[in-house]
Design a protein around this ligand. Sequence first.
Ligand code: GLC
Length: 741
Amino acid sequence: MRARRGVLLLPLCLLLASCATVSGAGRSTADSRVDALLARMTLAEKVGQMTLISVSALRGTCQGGQIAPLNASCLQSELAGAHVGAVLSGGGESPPDNTPVAWAQMTNQIQRYALAHNRLHIPILYGVDAVHGHNNVLGATIFPHNIGLAATWDPALARQVAAATASDVRATGIHWVYAPVSDIARDLRWGRYYETFGEDPFLASQMVAATVRGFEGTNFSTGVSATAKHYVGYSGAQRGLDRTNATLPLRTLQQTYLPSFAAAVHASVGTVMADSGAVNGVPVHASSYLLTDILRRQLGFGGVVVTDWQDIESLYDRYHLATSYNDAIRLAINAGVDMSMVPDNGVDFAHRVMALVRAGKIPQSRIDDAVRRILTLKERLGLFAHPDVNAASANAAVLGAHRALARRAADESMVLLKNQGAVLPLHGVRTILVAGEAATNVAEQMGGWTIGWQGVPSGVSPPAVTVLQGIKAAAGSASVVDETDPARAAAAARHAGVAVVVLGERPGAEGPADTETAELPADQTAVAQAVEATGTPTVVVILAGRPLLIAPLIQKASAVLMAWLPGTEGGDAVADVLFGRVNPSGRLPVTWPRQIGQVPLTYDQLPNTSADPDAVYHPLFPFGAGLSYGVYTTNGLQAAAHGRSVTVSVSVGNAGSMAGDAVVPIYGRADAAPVLVPDKLLIGFARVHLNPNQTKSVTLHLSLQPLAVVTGDVNGSGPPRIVPGPYTIMAGTEQVNVTVH
Ligand code: GLC
């Protein structure tokens, strides 16, 4: 194997005139190496680079959809015949034996076949959805889904989680992840709400940028290419119905939906994935306004635009915008798509593109631009120099790795929403009842995109600490009983000092996870009601990817802990908070409505002339809500504007008896904007560790860009800008005025 690899590399280096071991001279730039390669490529080889197929097109019947060993005839037709340059595993598309080593062997086999069977030995780029850890791989550590990570308000943590995920992904021979989701959560009925970093563009931007940097490392050398998805406006779909049209004023598109993608581009994200939906009646995959004018010219993105699943064909057979599949390909590639996630028939797609180029329907320059970006990405990822991986070390690298980080992430994601009579942290309780099937349901603890696309498949048991296990491990001398039946749970509650009712949501992804109610399944409501009816102090723990609209249960509970979808270490993290080993620091990254009739409900409401202004934003828990076991106070707010920035300082104190991390949001408002603006918008935040009775001064240098507005009339559409004039800066209960000149 070594000899073959040596032979393989030599022509590669000669070709690229690059590898120091061959040329000896100084390395030429990546660009010139890519240009040299591009100049040698045939149209067929170029178009192959623009073709991304599912691994299922390389196995079984080559028609996709089956988990089977790789099939030589599929490899031959797709990789040798059509020069396909990229392969992905969609959600759940694992090798037959779902272990890290089997993943590495699969990607190595594909890589080595491609290198040996294409004239220029261009390596394959393999992609996977690693959206909360290397989540398709059984045994990989699963981190909290993004909505929980957002609740930590800790970008540095998000970066560490992404870096840990990148190391697992690289260990299996994969160099490209379809993460982070950079969409903004606007409607909790949407099935992908939990995949976002919440409803606020600034918080989401900070978490997206940190995650991109965590995935990609300093220069991709040990990282993976991240993907900002799904560009753009995807989460604005009507009623939260996945993949439906989003009617978005361009002012809203610019001020609310684009900033997180701009942050990803600024963090040098390698790829952007287009959104399967449509905006204002135009499918994004056919929009040169979005894919070229905005993404390339306004945001300055220089990387690769990849489609989402089968979305070029959808322009024809779902949207009926294109008159044929060929017409759909012409529309999408000319709009700015560089690579098509076909995903099942790369040969057909490649032939159609070549026919369109030869017929002059797609300019050769468009093809060269796309291929140059793709080759540059592969070059930056080191794929030419190190195309495969040492499969033998994959299990040791991945299995059980990062458990402490996963627990810390889950700890910080917990949001304590209610704690009446300081029932928490639990102390001196002799008997604890743990009720509800979610207390032992790993699938509900992990959520969608875990082993399987829709979540942990039945019969599969990924390593995890359930909530019941976590509580039992932490309970010490207290006895723990557990029940899932309402009557038995009530009976047990009558003899317990406290009842912990664990509520969960069925795992799911995309459209199957859309909801019209956001309520609990009836059987879980019955258990909770039965336990609360006994009068025993009840702690409600929620495992869900969205605020569940269960106000009556919350009203009767003594305490409420939102645990989101905490992943492998979720059980220990819940117990850490319940027993006071961790002082909860999480804050809601979204609004928690009272009932479905308020949805969609976000905190950035505009001034209004409503008869009942309070009714406009009257949630059960507002954006940013979150309790700790201490009391944090902020005072002494000061702010000074300079140019387009503001320097803010404030003192933060811990009046409680426990050390903890205080999250301090800083809000702002443009007081003389030429258009309506919310009373407050997040412009910054700090996370401060405080011992009991300790006070610290926090100083932040913040851009006012989150307060920028798209000027103009109803039809305003250009990039947002920071308008001169008076601004108000807020922290805690204080506010100060500054002026931007
Ligand atoms: C799915 C999702 C996208 C994912 C892709 C590959 O349809 O929309 O988020 O990255 O296909 O699995």
